[in-house]
Design a protein around this ligand. Sequence first.
Ligand code: MRU
Length: 340
Amino acid sequence: MMVKAIEWLGDRVRILDQSRLPQEEVYLELDDYHSLASAIVELKIRGAPAIGVAGGYAVALGALKIEARSREEFQERWKDVTSTIAATRPTARNLFWAIGRMQKVAAAGKDVARTKKALVEEAIKIHSEEAVATEKLSQLGAELIRDNFTILTHCNTGALATGGYGTALGVIIRAKEQGKRVKVLATETRPLLQGARLTAWELKRANIPFTLITDSMAGYFMSREKVSCVIVGADRVAANGDTANKIGTYTLAVLAKENGIPFYVAAPTTTIDPSLASGDEIPIEERNPEEVTHIQGVSLAPEGTLARNPAFDITPHRYITAIITENGIIREPYGEGLRG
Ligand code: MRU
């Protein structure tokens, strides 16, 4: 049974609080957009496609609470809602794509009541389309996986990160469902341990054999033991194929190339940003350095230690063997393929 990371309950949203996994499985019901926006910032709901879905629902929640007598008044108040949600996480393309879709619906609204209804319907549609897209790309990506593969993956890219089937982890789970024997090397993914906490939790639920490694062990395993391929997700893919994903992805891609290992990126087309020519233009979220100096509230470094915490890095397209989307598997030249 796929876990439901996020669910619309008619007038509120239910999310599985990912910041408390795997110790506790706690669901939160949120009925105002400020608390859903905070949940996105605090990584209670995370992963680019799930951030997009949550962003759509947050906009809908915000719209439902607006008390306006006219369409104009509604539009004015609505701007605060969308700007608050857009300010949560800058890198995930899916968030801005979802807000853009909601904005089109709001602009076409005839009156306040009908606009609110249409916005709720659009948010639900975004969610269900994203679920279909991630299942489809998982199916396509599974063609790249052969029996007895050992797959290295980074961060968390399953149902938790998508609100649907998953991207990189979706590919792995679908390959297993097809009867292929797969093993996973899951990186712990410092600083917030999405791999150790969330990917391990999802792989265990899916009954897929896996071994947890620290991020810094990847080179050791790629050069000395069997790694058939690396699959990761994406937060934003530029028009030339350069890809932003969880910090450490670039290192894995370079190591994969050095060791002759295919490096795949799996992402729905909603993660592709055709407006950015290259990865240099992708905004990178820099998070609180305490996430580096502390683990779950416990300080690791001497007080006052300076730390940096970019949440994502850019993998140049030359390191990427293929990008797996719901519309097909794209290879170099990426510019052409992604436009298609
Ligand atoms: O900071 P996070 O946990 O939101 O980062 C998530 C990732 O980097 C994922 O790899 C990416 O969003 C793809 S998820 C299907």
